[in-house]
Design a protein around this ligand. Structure first.
Ligand SMILES: Cc1ncc(COP(=O)(O)O)c(C=O)c1O
Length: 435
């Protein structure tokens, strides 16, 4: 193991050798050298409670012993062949994904990332339907490639290049900032109905697919109302449009009650994409669909590292661990405890304008009494929390949402620590924000 570099030197080398778009969360970043369970450690040995899980990825805790061992065993046995050779781990993983996915989703294409999974999903939907156009939602994030960044409506993550053709956007279900100026008690799901308006006014009337995150992650834990996806699916079925649920953040028990986020809305997607929590940190992604959809795409396809034995064996171990350690139950219980704690904190700090999410995918939007986003204050809270030993994320179109998405294994005691540190940061920031 190489000895950690000097923090300042590392920062300078990073600036010199890594492209500038790869930004850091902190203005004064620690050098992270070790992870264990829900904790990270910097080069001085300082411990941090990780409430962001490497951007919603370390689902079962850092360096989980069983999973690490499975990775090492596979690494020592066989690392790579590519998909043109027959190996067992990829098949084991595909079978496992079929077992845990809703309905008849049972044929997978394994990738290295969420971006690639979304690329594969759109490609499959286009081939299967013989159509081209795709609907995505405002405030969405779907990845980094040309197509995935075109599907991304959040302008902070869209490069200034000619977008891919055939992508249109519907209003999203953002109740705190309802695009139709309604409130949950006087709305009739105008956001869901907007999908029909978009099909009729911005497409040929025959789009291939619609892609949506059940809870928008980068968008800031934006959580649609209970009947939203049912109404959307009804509209899509009327027009013969395939529904792709992007489960890159909401998958693998993150929302507590269900293995996949979309099941919270009682809706069956035609295609699902996943990544992040599936590998607990190892690069992996997947697209899964129904046999009738998959079987329409018979032309050969490959992803050199997709389905490689090491990532696949690791992912199987991750799924087994989520089930064996009953981490979804934990996400429900501890998630509700955290949500209640945040709502309690909200009573003392009016800048916590909206507290939302499900399970252990929660967000707190900071805004003033006129709903002006408190961007600088959010960044300050995130930085102060780190200085006080707790790692939380930030997101949303204006960078004004605190994102809390820890490993599913955290305890109520960890939540108490997080809330205490949040309170401390909010006390400082609220004084400045409120005057
Ligand atoms: C919902 C969603 N989809 C897709 C992606 C892209 O995944 P990756 O970064 O693995 O390519 C992300 C990444 O944050 C995401 O949050």
């Amino acid at each position: 193991m190489t000895a950690p570099s000097n923090r300042e030197e590392l920062k300078k080398r990073r600036e010199k050798y890594v492209v500038p778009g790869v930004k850091q969360l902190y203005s004064d970043p620690p050098q992270i050298v070790k992870g264990k369970g829900q904790f990270l450690y910097d080069e001085t040995g300082r411990e941090y409670l990780d409430m962001f899980a490497g951007i919603v990825t370390v689902s079962v805790g850092h360096c989980h012993p069983k999973i690490t061992q499975r990775t090492i065993d596979q690494l020592q046995q066989l690392q790579h062949t590519s998909t043109v050779f027959m190996t067992q781990p990829m098949v084991d993983l595909a079978e496992k994904l079929a077992e845990i996915s809703p309905g008849d989703l049972s044929k997978s294409f394994i990738t290295n990332s969420g971006t690639e999974a979304n690329e594969a999903a759109i490609r499959t939907a286009r081939i299967a339907s013989g159509r081209h156009e795709v609907i995505a939602l405002e405030h969405s994030y779907h990845g980094e490639s040309h197509l995935a960044s075109t599907l991304t409506a959040n302008h902070n993550w869209r490069p200034e290049i000619m977008p891919a053709a055939g992508v249109v956007f519907a209003a999203n279900a953002y109740c705190y900032r309802c695009p139709f100026k309604k409130t949950p008690d006087n709305c009739s799901l105008e956001c869901a109905k907007d999908v029909e308006r978009v099909i009729q006014t911005q497409t040929s009337g025959k789009p291939a697919a619609m892609i949506a995150e059940p809870i928008q992650g980068v968008g800031g834990a934006i959580t649609p109302p209970d009947d939203y996806f049912k109404e959307v699916k009804r509209i899509l079925e009327n027009y013969g449009v395939l529904f792709i649920a992007d489960e890159v953040q909401t998958g693998f028990g993150r929302t507590g009650k269900h293995m996949f986020g979309i099941s919270n809305w009682g809706v069956q997607p035609d295609i699902m994409t996943m990544a992040k929590g599936l590998g607990n940190g190892l690069p992996i992604g997947a697209m899964i669909t129904r046999p009738e959809v998959a079987d329409k795409a018979q032309k050969q396809q490959i992803n050199t590292f997709g389905g490689n034995p090491v990532s696949s064996a690791t992912a199987v171990a991750v799924i087994e661990t989520i089930l064996e350690e009953k981490l979804m139950d934990n996400a429900c219980v501890v998630g509700e405890y955290l949500l209640a704690g945040l709502k309690d904190l909200q009573k003392s700090f009016p800048i916590m304008a909206d507290v939302r999410g499900k399970g252990l995918m929660l967000g707190v939007e900071l805004a003033d009494e006129k709903k002006v986003p408190l961007t600088a204050e959010t960044a300050k809270i995130v930085e102060m929390a780190k200085d006080n030993g707790v790692i939380i994320g930030k997101g949303g179109l204006w960078g004004s949402v605190i994102r809390i998405k820890p490993p599913l294994s955290i305890t109520k005691e960890n939540v108490d620590t997080c809330l205490k540190v949040l309170r401390k940061s909010l006390e400082v920031v609220s004084k400045v924000a409120v005057g």
